[in-house]
Design a protein around this ligand. Structure first.
Ligand SMILES: CC(C)(COP(=O)(O)OP(=O)(O)OC[C@H]1O[C@@H](n2cnc3c(N)ncnc32)[C@H](O)[C@@H]1OP(=O)(O)O)[C@@H](O)C(=O)NCCC(=O)NCCS
Length: 154
């Protein structure tokens, strides 16, 4: 899974920390030993009713078949998410596939989305010198309850 395009690539250490500390809210999908999809996510420390989805990636050849949606439900159905009523994520304004994914999730859960800017483009400018980084728009999906997750995942 080397050509995800729009996803920021984090350090190996960041991915190892997610695996070490947040495996109960993260997922990988492998087919024949090949990684075809992953989600990194964690419960917000100050908001135990909110799971924050950091990155979702599906290999190009696996897209458009519901894999990202299935991985999101896999996480939401776990015991670690039994108290979760909101899903937060951030999306760049030009990332239509990702916006479609999360709008579709909200529809399936029969709930709303509040949008607000979490990180402006300027804030990334301090860290990245080449291409300007898009702002990251916070999508807060909810409220939903366990029954809605179970119904929507059937
Ligand atoms: C975004 C991404 C994870 C979607 O994965 P996927 O497995 O193809 O998504 P799904 O098949 O579960 O589709 C979910 C919904 O999004 C829609 N969708 C998916 N890709 C789309 C696209 N390119 N354009 C428009 N809609 C799209 C689907 O039609 C579906 O909607 P529906 O439920 O109303 O039918 C994948 O395109 C990807 O890895 N992109 C690159 C990395 C990225 O941008 N990650 C997100 C930011 S962290």
């Amino acid at each position: 899974m080397h050509e995800l395009g729009v996803l920021d690539v984090n350090s190996a250490y960041a991915y190892m920390l997610i695996g070490e500390h947040h495996a109960s809210t993260s997922v990988v999908t492998e087919i024949g030993g090949e990684l075809v999809g992953f989600i990194t996510a964690y419960i917000l420390p100050e908001k135990p009713d909110t799971v924050f989805v950091w990155q979702v990636g599906v290999a190009k050849e696996g897209r458009g078949r519901g894999l990202a949606t299935r991985m999101l439900f896999d996480i939401l159905l776990r015991d670690a998410c039994s108290n979760v009523r909101y899903l937060d994520t951030t999306i760049g304004p030009s990332n239509e596939p990702s916006q479609s994914l999360f709008r579709s999730l909200a529809r399936r859960l029969d709930t709303g989305i509040e949008e607000s800017e979490l990180f402006s483009s300027d804030m990334f400018g301090e860290f990245e010198s080449d291409e300007p980084h898009e702002p990251e728009i916070l999508f807060r999906i909810g409220p939903f309850d366990r029954a809605a997750v179970e119904r929507a995942s059937e």
